[in-house]
Design a protein around this ligand. Structure first.
Ligand code: S3P
Ligand code: PEP
Length: 416
């Protein structure tokens, strides 16, 4: 059995940073993820005037309930969807002039519904370049709040941003959501707002937040469930056993449910109080699975799919086309380069069984493509990543940890 210590959750870290920044007092975040995305978030807060300091492995955040201390700031969000969607909402409840920009990759990704909502709530928001995309400017003068309708079918991050800012709005906020992807991330948001002392009333798809104050606290960040998917998949693919401590029955992240797909394919899965164990059984069966709630793990499943004994069809994942890259096309083209038969539609991908041949994997600067195809490389010789470093977005140490696993399991081949 191999125990893998997975670093902290990117999503939990980003929320904890936001909530701590908005709270009364100083919070201590323990086991926060230190990666490109969370550094972008932390540095974004610093640029907005918040004090975020490091104490050993902990991050200390001085909360400012009135909004960003800096009256004027240029925030660079790098590749991070969390920073690009959450920080403008935090800035909008304050008073000052703020500009948000990001990498070319993040500029391509949508922020339109969030921007429209912030305008409806009273923010003076302008697009510097393309409508619905970063860069944006906000002349902030507090938000009055009220009631709005929101389409979160492209990203749940729009809803999370508005919910987390809602208790800081003069009248609070009621959001009626017309459509929603990635629902477990919103449940995580509501749970974490509660952890920092703020309650959200949820009735069906309507969320109501009264004006309230966040309370500073010590907060333990749970390990990243999307990152864990690569190690669980590695076990399922190679017939080994992997245990990830810290992700058990009460884990907040929806992506822990990736192991259910592995179980449906034939792996043994044991979910205990505070850890999850996957054991490969030497065979993988095909399946049809809806991954709308856990679509960050779609590439993980797609990359091991050729080794199943029947077709693997992944459905309801249209929004994976507006992630770091178009992930449906990226998975399909890389699998085809490996000689695998693949079909895609607007929101699905179907992969046929096959024997992968050596190929250069085009990562599209997407950490999930790099990590998912590294898993496939445990059984296919000659899979080479064109951009192994892109894993820094969420797991800078991935290749080291994966290399250790490869040596421990005595597997040859190349993956980065
Ligand atoms: O709120 C979050 O932390 C996230 C929500 C999801 O995005 P979408 O809601 O855009 O699917 C997920 O893919 C992303 O990695 C992190
Ligand atoms: C989509 C992702 O990131 P984000 O939207 O937070 O940039 C991801 O990490 O897979």
């Amino acid at each position: 059995m191999t125990t893998v210590q997975v670093p902290g959750s990117k999503s939990v870290t980003a929320r904890a940073l936001f909530l701590a920044a908005a709270a009364d007092g100083t919070s201590r975040l323990r086991a926060a993820l230190d990666s490109d995305d969370t550094q972008a978030f932390r540095d974004g807060l610093r640029t907005l005037g918040y004090q975020v300091t490091e104490a050993g492995d902990d991050w200390l955040v001085d909360g400012r309930p009135a909004g960003p201390p800096a009256p004027d700031a240029d925030v660079y969000c790098r590749d991070a969807g969390t920073a690009a969607r959450f920080l403008p909402a935090l800035a909008a409840v304050g008073h000052g002039h703020y500009r948000f920009d990001a990498s070319a990759q993040m500029r391509r990704r949508p922020v339109g519904p969030l921007a429209t909502a912030l305008r409806d709530l009273g923010a003076a928001l302008s697009f510097a370049d393309a409508e619905g995309h970063l860069p944006i400017g906000i002349a902030a003068n507090g938000l009055r709040g009220g009631r709005l309708r929101l389409d979160a079918s492209v990203s749940s991050q729009f809803l999370t941003a508005l919910l987390m800012a809602a208790p800081l709005m003069t009248d609070g906020l009621t959001i009626e959501v017309t459509d929603l992807v990635s629902r477990p991330y919103v449940e995580m948001t509501v749970t974490m707002m509660g952890d920092f002392g703020v309650s959200v009333q949820t009735v069906g798809n309507t969320f109501t937040v009264a004006p309230q104050r966040y309370v500073a606290r010590v907060y333990d960040v749970e390990p990243d469930a999307s990152t864990a998917s690569y190690f669980f998949a590695a076990a399922a693919l190679t017939g080994r056993t992997v245990t990830v401590p810290g992700l058990g029955k009460n884990a907040m992240q929806g992506d822990v449910r990736f192991v259910e797909a592995l179980r449906a394919m034939g792996a043994e899965v044991v979910v205990e109080e505070n850890r999850t164990t996957v054991t490969g059984t030497g065979r993988l069966s095909g399946l049809t699975v809806n991954m709308r709630d856990i679509s960050d793990t779609m590439p993980t499943l797609a990359a091991i799919a050729p080794y199943a004994d029947g077709p693997v069809r992944i459905e309801d994942v249209a929004n994976t086309r507006v992630k770091e890259c178009d992930r449906l096309e990226a998975c399909a083209t890389n699998l085809r380069a490996m000689g695998i038969e693949v079909a895609t539609g607007a929101d699905w991908i179907e992969i046929r069984p096959g024997t992968p041949r050596p190929a250069l994997i085009d990562c599209h600067a997407d950490h999930r493509i790099a990590m998912a195809f590294s898993v496939a490389g445990l059984r296919a010789d000659g899979l080479v990543l064109d951009d192994p470093d892109c894993v820094r977005k969420t797991f800078p140490g991935f290749h080291r940890v994966f290399g250790d696993l490869r040596r421990e399991w005595d597997l040859t081949g190349q993956h980065g």
